[in-house]
Write a protein of this length. Structure first.
Length: 307
């Protein structure tokens, strides 16, 4: 499989809620990104384009990672969910290790051997950007106007989010890029009518990832949210270290139902989960009583992390 990195810059910031309007996350899960691409495909090419995109993903011809932080040309990956023996006994350093959520991909080997500098990594990542809360007004015709807060994450200069695209065929990559180019203007996340979430994308080589993505290893770490297919699950859990998170939300479709309905809840592996075996995962239908399927992309992107 071939790989590209897409760096996304958000000049107006982005609203990715973490359970409330006032929250502001600074990463995007792969299933959220894929859902946005599906909606955009439907808008610009109808059901035919949507089915083509989903078909590429279902057949393993195309896969994506979470959208993760970058600073300049430094790409961060989730901290692996595995035990690491540190050579340091300093309690303050152990606290810094615990605080770490992301690691530069080129420091991954040092981290796994207990030799990374957690203070430096945390300090550098603190320059990614900052959360701001803006007060908005909901205007009601017959009642008093209502104030509410919206959390927005604004990235520092030369910072933003990146994701890795894996593809087997050039036509899959070309189709993906056409949809992504259109999505730049529609935006990602919430409150897009206010200009949040619009982005510019730049494709760069994935040299930092290719060896780990293509080489067989004793352990693999997920760069995405994921869930094994039913016939894979028992083998996948053997020797794995993981956390389960709930994925839910409302269906964003004008043709699904006359009123807004929730997606079926799905429990998946969090990014950073560590496995001893590769697996394919699946794209699940999480529709409930609506007029068409609703796809939840839960296929893993796995990088090797050695023994």
């Amino acid at each position: 499989m071939k790989y590209k990195i897409y760096k996304l810059s958000f000049p107006n910031g982005i609203h990715i809620g973490g359970g409330s309007l006032s929250s502001a996350e600074n990463t995007i899960h792969s299933d959220t990104l894929f859902s946005a691409l599906c909606i955009e495909a439907l808008h610009i090419g109808g059901e035919s384009l949507l089915e083509t995109l989903v078909g590429f993903a279902q057949r393993g011809k195309l896969c994506i990672s979470n959208a993760l932080p970058y600073i300049d040309n430094c790409f961060y990956v989730p901290k692996p969910m595995c035990r690491v023996e540190s050579t340091e006994n300093d309690l303050s350093l152990k606290k810094e290790f615990k605080k770490m959520s992301y690691i530069p991909v080129d420091s991954l080997s040092d981290y796994l051997s207990g030799k990374s500098d957690p203070v430096k990594i945390n300090e550098e990542l603190s320059g990614l950007g900052k959360k701001s809360v803006f007060q908005k007004v909901f205007i009601k015709q017959a009642e008093d106007n209502e104030l509410y807060n919206v959390g927005v994450y604004k990235f520092s200069q030369n910072c933003g989010l990146y994701f890795v695209l894996g593809y087997e065929e050039n036509d899959a990559a070309e189709l993906f890029e056409n949809i992504l180019s259109s999505l730049e203007y529609s935006g990602l996340g919430g409150k897009r009518a206010s200009g949040y979430g619009r982005f510019k994308s730049t494709a760069v080589t994935a040299a930092e990832f290719e060896n780990r993505l293509n080489t067989e290893n004793k352990r693999y770490m997920a760069l995405s949210v994921s869930m094994a297919a039913d016939d894979e699950l028992e083998d996948v859990l053997d020797g794995a270290s993981y956390k389960i998170i709930k994925r839910s939300g409302f269906v964003q479709s004008d043709t699904y139902s006359e009123r807004q309905l929730k997606k079926r809840d799905l429990y998946v592996f969090a990014p950073g989960a560590v496995f001893t075996k590769r697996f394919k995962g699946d794209i699940f239908d999480v529709s409930q009583d609506g007029a068409h399927p609703v796809y939840r992309y839960e296929k893993p992107m796995l990088i090797g992390i050695g023994g």
